[in-house]
Design a protein around this ligand. Structure first.
Ligand SMILES: Nc1nc2c(c(=O)[nH]1)N[C@H]1C(S)=C(S)[C@@H](COP(=O)(O)OP(=O)(O)OC[C@H]3O[C@@H](n4cnc5c(N)ncnc54)[C@H](O)[C@@H]3O)O[C@H]1N2
Ligand code: MOO
Length: 416
């Protein structure tokens, strides 16, 4: 049952920076976990909580950098194309050969790239400088000691720090992580984000929206944003206009999520379930933020879990997630909260509301250096949202965005 309450709540007005600092102030990295490096595919995107030290040398054994012949370099003195040195070939050493072999002076081994160098050899002659012989080989060039060798430990020594604390694991970190003899590493876990859409007007995705109804697109959109930003999605669910039901849903989710996001029900209407559920709690605050979109905002904790109450208009929800929720969740993940921006020049004039920092939907020109507005800037405009490529940040003091002006811009593709 829906209970109508009086609307028109008095709210504090904060600048965007003040509010962002406020929601980030209490954010701390989640407790670190030890995870096996063999699961590296699941570790990508996580941040190391401690430095990683190698327990082995890399390379682990001196080996050949070329396919060719392992030799005593002194045996090749005077070799030229016209006066090649001829040596008997003791046999083949392929990569993966685990034998401990020796090289007798006056002979050579045919050796492959990555294969262990036989004791005594001090150089490899690449096969192109020989006739490629199998029983005996003609070597047409003298080479100095050390040629085409990769020495044990020349890259990494036991005890060396191979990854500092605070490294966000990317594919390029995988080889050293898997090769350095380390079984487990300490990482900050991926924050689990739960999403709750509110409002009696919502119907499930895939169901037809009747008169007065809309499809719940915020829930799936916020879930998709969370995933794209590198977080786990603990739940995407709906709650109607009952504050009691919403409170029960949020309380239940605190057991499964590190951060909860609600959408809708935070403005001044008579049926604002989120506002009604949390107003009066010492751990929750509703404010107006001088930003467009995203003016009405709520933030607090329920059983210690941070809860972001975002406005329901779809564009407001998206902007609030990217500018407020994602930075906080990045802190939980041990990452930098900063929202990545690029610089772009304004190609077409538009207006911005007075006293509010605008996050305007824009598209780039072909070379990505200029932006122009797309669609109306209303917070319900879904077509313009889909067509946009970035959010241009217009300072609160600017009402006319002039051609040629330079703005910071948040690209919307590749958010991870
Ligand atoms: N008297 C005032 N009215 C409004 C104010 C104000 O200051 N005074 N602020 C406006 C602004 S700005 C915003 S933003 C919205 C925020 O409203 P709510 O957070 O309370 O959101 P709802 O009223 O629940 O919904 C707004 C709008 O968005 C649609 N919606 C909601 N949830 C979803 C969803 N999951 N999927 C798709 N669409 C959704 C909803 O149907 C409404 O059309 O308040 C203004 N009003
Ligand atoms: O602040 Mo609202 O988000 O402009 O539509």
């Amino acid at each position: 049952m829906r209970v109508a309450r009086a609307g028109g709540y008095a709210c504090r007005v904060l600048t965007f920076d003040e509010y962002q600092q406020r929601v980030l102030a209490s954010a701390r990295p989640l407790p670190a976990e030890r995870r096996p490096v063999a699961e590296v595919a699941n570790l990508l995107g996580l941040v190391t909580a401690e430095p990683v030290h190698s327990s082995v040398s890399l390379p682990g054994f001196t080996n050949s950098a070329m396919d060719g012949y392992a030799v005593w370099s002194a045996d090749l003195r005077g070799a030229t194309p016209d006066t090649p040195v001829v040596l008997p070939v003791a046999g083949d050493i392929p990569a993966g050969d685990t034998r401990s072999l020796e090289l007798a002076p006056g002979s050579c081994w045919r050796i492959m790239t990555g294969a262990p160098l036989p004791t005594g050899a001090d150089a490899v002659v690449q096969v192109e400088l020989t006739d490629g012989g199998l029983e005996e080989v003609r070597l047409r060039e003298a080479v100095p000691a050390g040629t085409a060798l990769r020495h044990r430990g020349e890259d990494v020594q036991p005890g060396d720090e191979v990854l500092p604390a605070g490294t966000r694991l990317q594919p390029r970190h995988v080889p050293v992580l898997l090769s350095s003899g380390v079984g487990e590493i300490s990482v900050f876990p991926r924050p689990r984000v739960a999403i709750v859409s509110t409002g009696d007007e919502l119907v499930a995705p895939g169901e037809p929206a009747g008169h007065g109804q809309v499809v719940d697109s915020n829930g799936p959109m916020l879930g998709a944003l969370a995933r794209e930003c590198g977080f786990d999605v603990a739940a995407v669910c709906r709650s109607g206009d009952s504050p009691e039901a919403l409170l029960a849903t949020v309380q239940e989710l605190t057991g499964a999520a590190d951060l909860i996001v609600t959408s809708g029900g935070v403005s001044a209407g008579a049926f604002e379930p989120v506002k009604l559920a949390f107003t009066g709690s010492d751990d929750f605050e509703f404010v107006q933020v001088a930003m467009q979109p995203g003016k009405p905002q709520g933030f607090g904790t329920v059983s210690g879990t941070p809860v972001f109450a975002l406005p329901g208009n779809p564009v407001s929800s998206l902007v609030s997630f990217l500018l407020l929720v994602a930075p906080a969740a990045r802190v939980l993940a041990g990452r930098d909260p900063e929202v990545p921006t690029v610089e772009a020049a304004v190609a077409e004039h538009w207006t911005s509301p007075p006293g509010r920092q605008q996050f305007a939907r824009v598209v780039f020109d072909e070379d990505g250096r200029m932006v122009r507005p797309i669609g109306g800037q209303g917070s319900h405009v879904l077509g313009g949202l889909a067509g946009s490529q970035a959010l241009a940040i217009v300072p609160a003091g600017t009402t006319e965005v002039a051609v040629g002006e330079t703005l910071r811009v948040i690209p919307l593709d590749g958010l991870a």
